[in-house]
Write a protein that binds this ligand. Sequence first.
Ligand SMILES: NC(=O)c1ccc[n+]([C@@H]2O[C@H](COP(=O)([O-])OP(=O)(O)OC[C@H]3O[C@@H](n4cnc5c(N)ncnc54)[C@H](OP(=O)(O)O)[C@@H]3O)[C@@H](O)[C@H]2O)c1
Length: 353
Amino acid sequence: MANRRQHPLSVFTETNYLHAFANPGYITHLFWAQWQTVPLPEPGFFADQTIIVTGANVGLGLEAVRHFARLGATRVIVACRSVEKAEAAVANVRQSLTPEQDAACKFEAWDVDLGSFASVAAFGRRAAAELDRLDAVVENAGIAAGDYTPLEGYESSITVNVLSTFYMGLLLLPLLRRTATQYNVRPRLTFISSDAHFFARFAEQYEPSIFDALKDPSTMSHDRYNVSKLLEILAVRELAGILDKNNVPVTVNTVNPGLCRTQLFRSLPFGIRHLVHGVLYTVGRTASMGARTLVSAAAAGPETHGQYLDTTEVWPVSTYVTSEAGNKAQRRVWAEMLDILDAVHPDISKNIE
Ligand SMILES: NC(=O)c1ccc[n+]([C@@H]2O[C@H](COP(=O)([O-])OP(=O)(O)OC[C@H]3O[C@@H](n4cnc5c(N)ncnc54)[C@H](OP(=O)(O)O)[C@@H]3O)[C@@H](O)[C@H]2O)c1
């Protein structure tokens, strides 16, 4: 791999940092949005619907489950790293519901570890076998890793936030498609990204293989999280185009929940963690408020297909994403990811045809 490491301060002259800070709309919006009350869909919106939420034991995922139940969802799959965590989440949510809300919603505690492709595959098989319909998937589970940890041969934030997340999405697509036809609805597949994508330096885009370059422990830095969130946006854009071409009636979108007071930053180095927590406790949304953005994206219409939502609106992605270099990277990221997932699960790419 070519050596593209630079002086740490050069981060401030990187194109994407300049784009983020040179865009007054973005900065104003960032701070304005943090204090807004995020609207929820109307009561009963999710009646009859089955919804999967990953990473549902704490933070935004847990609060999203609570919102879905209060908004009338019929069946919610609470997907966590262990059944015990999922059961605790279900108990936590149920005790905050009215008896009517509780009676109307069937919760199921399922386990899935996005650090293991085998676990994701088992989750997909179970969903195909046990769910008669699937209206929305909230791919929320994610990490901001401080250190390099290999999982399935890739750095953990790439495995969890990107590869396993899209693997699950592709595994669930046949069920989403079947639901669309059988129930005459348009299901949603929502990925939780971040405005951190504005700050991705993404030096790996210059390498012969982007995902191989991202395996390199010597380039591990805070940029890996930003890149993982950028890759999600690039992949969603490409996937949406492919689904359109193949007339698949499923909306795929991505949402930025804003800065929220959750446990996401628990693994960051001590100094950075405390700095981030200081910012979060000054301007951060509560997890419940942040989770409203997830619920809104999971309720959104076809106008959000392939789009990046901020709060509840379609919002411009970074200028890098829509640049020529971004478009090229988008196609490469998707092709490389499909090759990786096809090797893990032969013919998984057939699910988007
Ligand atoms: N908080 C923010 O300011 C913010 C901003 C932008 C985007 N986001 C995004 O929002 C999403 C939710 O984050 P959060 O803020 O709610 O963080 P959080 O409180 O740390 O919750 C993350 C969830 O993901 C789960 N998870 C992590 N690794 C997993 C794995 N290998 N398999 C299955 N589940 C796993 C965690 O489970 P365990 O408890 O078992 O680890 C937890 O349930 C993430 O995708 C994050 O990138 C958050």
